[in-house]
Structure formats: C-alpha cells, structure tokens
Write a new protein. Sequence first.
Length: 147
Amino acid sequence: MFKKILVALENSGTDQSLLPRIEKLASLLHSELLLVHVADGWVARNFEQLMLAESLEMKADRRYLEETALRLRAAGSKVSVHLALGDPATEIVKVAQAQQCDLIAMTTHGHRLIGDIIYGSTIEAVRHKAPVPLLVVPANRMANQTK
C-alpha cells in the first residue's frame, strides 16, 4: 500500500508526536521511511545561488536527521534521510515527487488561527500541492512546549 513514506520532521519536540506512529505504520506495512527536514534560514534559502558554506543550522539539522535515522534503523526500520533547502512546503512536495513517495506524514505545529496567519501553514500548502495522500498527526501539548 505505502511502500515509501516521506516523514517531514521539524527538528523540534513536535516530531515526538509523529515518529512513534509512523514507525508503527511502517512496520505494519513494511514501508521504507524517508526522513526529510527543510532548512529554511537565510543561508539555506540562498545556499546554491550564492555558493555559501553550510550554516550551523544546516549542520545541526543534518545531524538531527542522521541521529533520528540511526534510532529508527536500530529498531528495524529501513530509513533514508534528505536535508532540503528553501521553502518547506515547496521542498516537501518536490522531494515526495522525486523520491516517488506514496504518503507524506507531518505533524501540526499546534498554532491556532493567529499563529497560522502569522507563520503560515506548511500543511495547508502541502495539502494543496501534494501528489499523494497526506497524514497529519496533531502535536501533543508537551511537545509544543519543548520547541
């Protein structure tokens, strides 16, 4: 059913709401996981055009992806990682298409109305452009406080 699941990670506490559920789903369906984080700071957004060196943020994000993948692999999951650069919604959809993913899994930020207006909603943008189903897991309140 879902052979390859793109798991969009934020490198925050909200990921802990998503990962256990996706790990279980992948185990049941024998799915491969593609962990994706989109670095969207100034250096990440201008990395290729200005031929910049990797920022501390990008290095930390890459390390987070690798450490998360190691934990999942140790539990028996087949996992690959991808650090994308730029606009999160655009990059998530682009990677899902390029990597032929069957499902995109994301977690909510926990924003409500005003937060979504101010910060925008990556989920909304992905939902409108995604070529595959989108699984949205609500972040628990404790995870939001550890951001």
